[in-house]
Design a protein around this ligand. Structure first.
Ligand code: 4HO
Ligand code: ZN
Length: 258
């Protein structure tokens, strides 16, 4: 049985196959703004994305993911809390069964309906897969989604969902600019953490934007039309809200860029 988000294979059970779940720098966490320390040494994020590196959109059985060509430096993250240059590999989302939950990180206990993760890997390593297990291997920019007006940039993704409804489906997806999904203000919290799904590698410099972007309730409903299940199997609605209860989400020391 592979990992998922059900009581028998969800976050409470991941430690059985991925013991690092009990590690020292596991994500997500509850971010407590009042406890975050301002770090004047932190630089503004420098994100530059080239839409021509956008390749395809995929239902991988636990999220919807947009993958990028990462054979050049043309879509990359520099500055912020990191040193060197990290290339964009993919972005994906986490969302819940209803608009009151779904984000991985929480802010002083507040859950957002969804969270976007833009995954970048450190070019001091030869590839994403080599970087993925190194302590400074990955930098993930997290952006919260809150319920508000229709988001026309998000809609471009949602329009592709009907062709990737079930697990393993993928379709070409070109000329999408991920910077259209970033908030206007790029102030952030940062801490050293991990992947929030197996293999839970403790390799992520988390960069969580303070300002959310919006999605309408109808757009959030569209995420829930995706399936965990493959074609032909009993349809199993994709909702990746973690079942961990609140007190499991330890608040840890973060630095703040503002
Ligand atoms: C590399 C990776 C894999 C899964 N998730 O959720 C992430 O945020 C990053
Ligand atoms: Zn993620």
């Amino acid at each position: 049985m592979s990992w998922g988000y059900k009581p028998n294979n969800g976050p409470q059970k991941w430690v059985e196959n991925f013991p690092i779940a009990d590690g020292v720098r596991q994500s997500p966490i509850d971010i407590v703004p009042g406890q975050a320390s301002y770090d004047a040494g932190l630089k503004p994020l420098d994100l530059k994305y080239d839409p021509s590196t956008c390749l395809d959109i995929l239902n991988n059985g636990h999220s919807v993911q947009v993958t990028f060509a990462d054979d050049t430096d043309s879509s990359r993250l520099t500055d912020g809390p990191i040193s060197g240059l990290y290339r964009l590999k993919q972005f994906h989302f986490h969302w819940g069964a209803s608009d009151d939950k779904g984000s991985e990180h929480t802010v002083a206990g507040t859950k957002y309906p969804a969270e976007l993760h833009l995954v970048h890997w450190n070019t001091k390593y030869a590839s994403f897969s080599e970087a993925a297990s190194k302590p400074d291997g990955l930098a993930v920019v997290g952006v919260f989604l809150k319920i508000g007006g229709e988001n026309p940039n998000l809609q471009k993704l949602l329009d592709a969902f009907d062709t990737i409804k079930s697990k393993g489906k993928q379709t070409s997806f070109a000329n999408f600019d991920p910077s259209t999904l970033l908030p206007g203000c790029l102030d952030y919290w940062t801490y050293d953490g991990s992947l929030t799904t197996p293999p839970l590698y403790e390799s992520v410099t988390w960069i969580v934007c303070k300002e959310p972007i919006t999605a309408s309730s109808g757009q959030m409903a569209k995420f829930r039309t995706l399936l965990f299940s493959a074609d032909g199997a009993a349809p199993d609605c994709m909702k990746t809200a973690r079942v961990k209860n609140e007190d499991e989400l330890l608040s840890k020391w973060c630095s703040s860029s503002s």
